[in-house]
Ligand binder design. Structure first.
Ligand code: PMP
Ligand code: GLU
Length: 398
């Protein structure tokens, strides 16, 4: 079958592929430990589920306005004011089917052939492909582990060309859990403003942030000029354990939001009416399940980082947010087991799946082949068992 050339520009989402593979192996009876899933293992809080049930009972089951209901837009506006000290109007907000959808749509309306879009690495797997699908070129800025995987202003400056339109930035980051202090953001912002590029800020892990992190500031909150050139993207997937409900949103310049809404009107139409009601409750209702979830993630982080760093040859930075670790395992590359040589992160992930029944994502998919990504959004017991298995599998390589 002849397919459009466009589709060959991208690969299937590696994170979702690993998750599906792990689930299929589990269903086939294999004792798989799933470190692939990028979603909280907690249930959606009761008050949010109830809001959705009420919506169904009340017959709130029809099309809504394409860009989301006024009720949900108002809840997003209140959230952005409360948490980020940002004031937006309804015309400056669009609700989409997940943050990924908002990111996709904003890229579609802003970028085209000839444009360059900056993406600091390690990056979330979908950014590069989202940019490729617009015809623009993703330009990866490789950050260094010595800088704690933080983008340096000099690196940003050096990557900007007359073709650069924007930077896509996200912190706490997936996969390294890196965040920035206000001073560090201001230093990046100085370059961004002076060189006249836009900011797409993916704030999806904003609330999954630990005691030892600096307070979270989205770029747009650093001043009027930054607000003018920023699109804030966020959603309810991670904060409220709502990955399956598919609600995300974007806020920013009215003209860009109108274009995104027009684009959405020709593909998904509105996000699910029932999920929108649930998202209103998530944003406006009780926030009490969040600290419990974050505390639990922090405990798991402490355990997994200590256990990984105790494995000879493994080096792992301590993340300050999100729910992933990104250890360097390259000291095992080139080593041999029964005729099998592991030379990169994909082969390492395949080896760990075959040898130890542990599913995780190769670091190469995030732009750093020396690493592997482990999601610790799973029980402490699975974490302990999974890392022990990794240790044993690595020990066998000589
Ligand atoms: N951004 C990042 C950095 C993510 O890890 C994810 C993972 N799902 C998303 C965006 C997309 O989230 P959503 O479920 O809202 O589409
Ligand atoms: N963002 C999560 C992850 O990185 C979920 C899957 C996806 O959308 O990529 O694993």
């Amino acid at each position: 079958m002849k397919l459009a050339a466009r589709i060959s520009l991208i690969k299937p989402s590696p994170t979702l592929t690993i998750q599906a593979k792990a689930n299929a192996l589990k269903a086939a009876g294999r004792d798989i430990i799933g470190f692939g899933a990028g979603e909280p293992d907690f249930d959606t809080p009761r008050n949010i589920k109830d809001a959705a049930i009420r919506a169904i009972e009340a017959g709130f089951t029809k099309y809504t306005p394409v860009g989301g209901t006024d009720e949900l837009k108002d809840a997003v506006i209140a959230k952005l004011q409360r948490d980020n000290q940002l004031a937006y109007k309804r015309s400056e907000v669009v609700i989409s089917c997940g943050a990924k959808h908002s990111l996709f749509n904003v890229a579609q309306v802003l970028f085209e052939e000839g444009d360059e879009v900056l993406i600091p690495s390690p990056y979330w797997v979908s950014y590069t492909d989202i940019v490729y699908l617009t015809g623009a070129k993703p330009v990866v800025i490789k950050t260094n582990i010595e800088d704690g995987f933080k983008l340096q202003p000099s690196q940003l400056e050096a990557a900007i060309t007359p073709r650069t339109r924007a930077i896509i930035i996200s912190y706490p980051s997936n996969p390294a859990g890196v965040s920035y202090s206000r001073e560090e953001l201001e230093a990046l912002a100085e370059v961004i403003i002076r060189r006249g590029i836009m900011v797409i800020s993916d704030d999806i892990y904003e609330k999954i942030i630990y005691d030892d992190a600096s307070p979270f500031y989205t770029m747009a909150s650093l001043g009027e000029e930054l607000k003018r050139i920023s699109i804030v993207v966020n959603g309810v997937s991670k904060t409220y354990a709502m990955t399956g409900w598919r609600i995300g949103y974007a806020a920013g310049d009215e003209e860009i939001i109108a274009a995104m809404t027009k684009y959405q009107s020709q593909n998904t139409s509105n996000p699910t009416s029932i999920a929108q009601k649930a998202a209103v409750e998530a944003l406006n209702g009780s926030q009490e399940s969040l600290p419990m979830m974050v505390r639990e993630f922090q405990k798991r982080r402490d355990v997994i980082v200590a256990k990984l760093n105790a494995i000879p040859g493994v080096a792992c930075l301590k993340p300050v947010g999100a729910f992933y670790v990104f250890p360097n395992v390259s000291s095992f590359y080139g080593r041999l087991l029964e005729g099998r040589i592991i030379t990169n992160s994909a082969e390492m992930a395949a080896y760990l799946l075959d040898e130890s029944n542990v599913a995780l994502v190769p670091g190469g998919d995030f732009g750093h082949d020396d690493h592997i990504r482990i999601s610790y959004a799973t029980s402490m017991e699975q974490i302990e068992k999974g890392v022990d298995r990794i240790r044993e599998a690595l020990r066998k390589l000589s």
